[in-house]
Design a protein around this ligand. Structure first.
Ligand code: FRU
Length: 326
């Protein structure tokens, strides 16, 4: 008999198309593979808040036992998440936040701190004087609001650093490329571009390169993924000056979910650590990252073997059962 799933976790993902979110989901599945009693349902809103609201409502109607939400934009997603919580569904907020404290647990790094770290790094690079451009995350997302706040609060403390523009990057459409190009033509003395994620930073680098100014402008990103053209690799190649390692929190979210479902103790605020990666530590980060990926692949291979064994033994029991009733 196929074991019935004991719990269903619904995950409302704001978008699943980029590597950071794919890495998040892989780590969730890896963690879930240790708990075959859990059914996991992901709904991907493709970066659209309206769609995410509908999908969260569908998960509520489906009576999931627990909801994980990574909100697209804080404002629009807040009411439906509050509704789920008020309906008695435990809610874990992951990475980005809503505007409410009606949730069961939060997992993620502090994005104000991300902005502050980038601001502090900018100040060190510029020795307190220079021109800066910021390229945003998804406008309206808490990541965008908080990273911007941390960054501007910090550089604002140094009278000589000027933020000349904040350009809105809208997901992977790179809508900032034309305005960036225009800005760099009028301000030939820009020193630093702070990009709220590494994908934007790579796109900004391409703009700088097309104008022949890539050696003069220093780029700071966020995310620090492993793998070819991930943030760590971009720092190693000298394309980025630095990136803030921003962990996805995928496995911590699943572990917290399991503790909640099994009525075990859990932490309400699971603040993940961030760190700056630049030329001084990029080698070690790269080596450690590669090792981690190899270990993770090993876990996945083992899990696959266990699954195969399980399928074989299930088949065998079906055969025995069939024989005994005929
Ligand atoms: C991925 C992403 C990351 C960023 C995070 C913030 O979708 O844009 O690049 O760090 O979301 O919520």
């Amino acid at each position: 008999k196929k074991e019935s799933k004991q719990f269903t976790i619904g995950f409302s993902q704001c978008t699943g198309s980029d590597n950071w979110r794919k890495t998040m989901q892989q780590s969730m599945y890896r963690e879930l593979s240790f708990n075959p009693e859990i059914q996991f349902v992901i709904k991907d809103a493709g970066g659209q808040s309206q769609k995410q609201i509908t999908q969260i409502q569908e998960l509520i109607d489906q009576n999931v036992d627990l909801l994980i939400v990574s909100p697209n934009e804080a404002g629009p997603i807040t009411p439906v998440v509050e509704r789920a919580y008020q309906n008695g569904i435990p809610v874990i907020i992951l990475d980005r936040r809503t505007n409410s404290d009606q949730y069961t647990a939060y997992v993620g790094a502090d994005n104000v701190e991300v902005g502050q770290l980038a601001g502090a790094y900018t100040n060190t690079l510029l020795r307190g004087k220079g021109k800066v451009i910021e390229i945003s995350e998804k406008p309206g997302s808490s990541a965008d609001i908080d990273r911007h706040k941390g960054f501007t609060d910090h550089i604002g403390g140094f009278g000589g650093i000027k933020l000349i523009a904040k350009l809105d990057g809208d997901w992977d459409k790179y809508s900032f490329q034309a305005p960036l190009s225009k800005l760099l033509k009028t301000h030939s003395d820009v020193d630093v571009i702070f990009c709220q994620n590494d994908r934007r930073a790579l796109a900004a680098f391409k703009v700088c390169k097309s104008l022949g100014v890539e050696k003069m402008i220093r780029l700071i990103g966020v995310d620090g993924l492993t793998g070819s053209y991930g943030g760590i690799d971009l720092v190693d190649r000298g394309i980025l000056n630095a990136t803030v390692l921003y962990p996805t929190g995928g496995e911590e979210a699943i572990r917290t979910a399991i503790s909640i479902l099994q009525k075990k103790p859990f932490k309400r605020d699971n603040r993940l650590q961030i760190t700056m990666i630049d030329s001084t530590n990029v080698r070690i980060m790269k080596l450690q990252g590669e090792k981690l990926v190899a270990q993770q692949q090993d876990i996945e291979r083992r899990q696959q073997k266990i699954e195969e064994q399980r399928a074989i033994s299930e088949n065998q029991s079906i055969v025995i059962y069939t024989v005994s009733i005929t």
